[in-house]
Design a protein around this ligand. Structure first.
Ligand SMILES: C[S@@+](CC[C@H](N)C(=O)[O-])C[C@H]1O[C@@H](n2cnc3c(N)ncnc32)[C@H](O)[C@@H]1O
Length: 437
């Protein structure tokens, strides 16, 4: 289907139907383990173009506050809703989100959420939804205070954060309820000051980044198509913490470099724009690799792109060792919960150990591919020590030809090994730079 036809086929839905669609997504994530990135594209096809931002705000908001709102529903419902009726509980969560956290007029929020019961052919639930929402509205301030005392993360993660970051836990909890900022990385040829002025002329306000010279943080997110030079790849949307990867890995013109888990390619582009290198960009996920191809095309850059399992080096490595390797490893993504709030519902405690083992397997497979004297930058968007300093500690203990390199000052928290950034004006990230002796 052409883009235009696809656009014309978007159907505008009633406000009540919109709430039903949001409740269905919340239910899919909470009870069936589906991710927002899988679900949202299909749902967007069912609604009008001008309904998209409201739809996404309701979906992300309801998921972001899910744990608090779920606990509130448990207190308000006489008996829990089970089986097929969990959709009514999900709709209630969408209603509560609107009343407690959105700017939607409260009475409109209640009416449309109650009407949504009819659309779902669950007329029996109208009285229930109406009563709970009106009850909460009457005691809005007290309810807001009450839910501040509820954890808004799964219990296991609260426990891990307490253990790993006793002094920073409160800030981490607070940040995980917020929306992440939208940040830009400008190619080296662009001046941040001139670009700031250009943006200001377009009514887009932004600030300079904290520690990356080419970073700007927008005061409010905007459409990328409104950004000058975005089309040419001279401007990329990339969090400031993620921009450190391109800065910390020492590369120079002529180097042979591996970007080992590269998709969707934010850091691939950055490495290619840092120096005149030959880059092998590898990821095992074919669908995500499409985004790498698009990013390279947008920027007019080339890389040797490979879809393969990094650990199965026999299937893709040609024997020519690398001067530098970026390993942006698969991880729990606990540093980017603000961008992907469904992580709160989808991630299980047991995943952390499995991810730890996978990370170990990838590092072990890639280390022999590095030249003596070469550098490997290990990065994760996790804030958990098991995936970060503990992972590096184990690796350094077992690999005596690896040494930890000191990272420049000016960002993050120095940990037992290398550096951790916790979510703030930037995402949560961990970086360790290793050199082969
Ligand atoms: C954190 S993301 C990478 C983000 C990317 N570096 C960027 O900046 O856009 C981790 C990636 O690792 C990939 N991955 C996971 N296991 C892998 C494996 N065994 N071999 C290759 N890629 C793998 C995933 O498909 C995912 O794209």
């Amino acid at each position: 289907m052409s883009v235009e036809n696809e656009y014309n086929s978007y159907i505008k839905v009633s406000p009540a139907k919109l709430r039903v669609l949001v409740a269905k997504i919340v239910n899919q994530v909470a009870y069936h383990g589906d991710s927002l990135s899988n679900l949202i594209p299909d749902y967007l096809k069912q609604i009008g173009e001008d309904q998209r931002s409201l739809f996404q705000a309701l979906v992300y908001g309801s998921i972001r506050h899910y744990f608090q709102l779920h606990q509130l529903t448990q207190k308000k419902l006489k008996k829990p809703l089970r089986g097929k009726e969990t959709i009514v509980e999900s709709l209630l969560i969408v209603g509560l989100y609107q009343i407690l956290f959105s700017r939607i007029k409260e009475h409109a929020a209640i009416n449309e959420t109650v009407n949504a019961c009819e659309v779902m052919k669950k007329d029996w639930a109208k009285g229930l939804i109406n009563a709970v929402l009106r009850d909460v509205l009457r005691e809005k301030e007290a309810t807001l205070e009450q839910i501040q005392t509820f954890d808004n993360l799964p219990k296991w993660l609260v426990k891990r954060i307490k253990k790993d970051w006793p002094k920073h836990k409160q800030e981490i909890y607070e940040q995980s309820d917020k929306q992440a900022p939208m940040s830009l990385r400008l190619e080296k040829s662009l001046s941040t000051q001139e670009y700031l002025e250009k943006l200001e002329g377009l009514g887009i306000s932004a600030q300079l980044g904290e520690f990356c010279g080419q970073a700007l943080i927008l005061d409010k997110p905007c459409d990328v198509l409104d950004l000058p030079y975005f089309d040419e790849g001279k401007v990329s949307v990339q969090d400031e913490a993620a921009q450190l990867a391109g800065q910390l890995l020492p590369i120079k013109d002529g180097d042979h470099v591996l970007d080992a888990c590269c998709a969707p390619g934010g850091k691939t582009l950055h490495l290619l724009q840092q120096a005149n290198i030959t880059l092998t960009a590898l990821d095992q996920d074919e669908k995500r690799m499409q985004r790498v191809y698009e990013n390279l095309e947008r920027a007019g850059l080339t890389a040797n792109c490979i879809v393969a399992d990094a650990t199965n080096t026999a299937s893709w490595f040609d024997g020519k060792q690398f001067d530098a390797i970026l390993l942006d490893a698969p991880c729990s993504a606990t540093g980017v919960i603000r961008r992907h709030p469904d992580i709160k519902l989808l991630r299980r405690e047991s995943d952390i150990d499995s991810l730890g083992k996978l990370q170990e397997k990838i590092i072990k497979a890639l280390w022999p591919l590095l030249k003596p004297g070469g550098f490997m930058l290990y990065a994760t968007c996790s804030i958990l020590k098991r995936e970060n300093e503990q992972q590096m500690n184990d690796f350094l203990y077992h690999n005596k030809d690896a040494k930890e390199c000191e990272l420049p000052d000016g960002f993050g928290i120095t940990t037992k090994i290398c550096r951790q950034l916790l979510p703030n004006r930037h995402d949560g990230f961990y970086y360790a730079l290793l050199q082969k002796k």
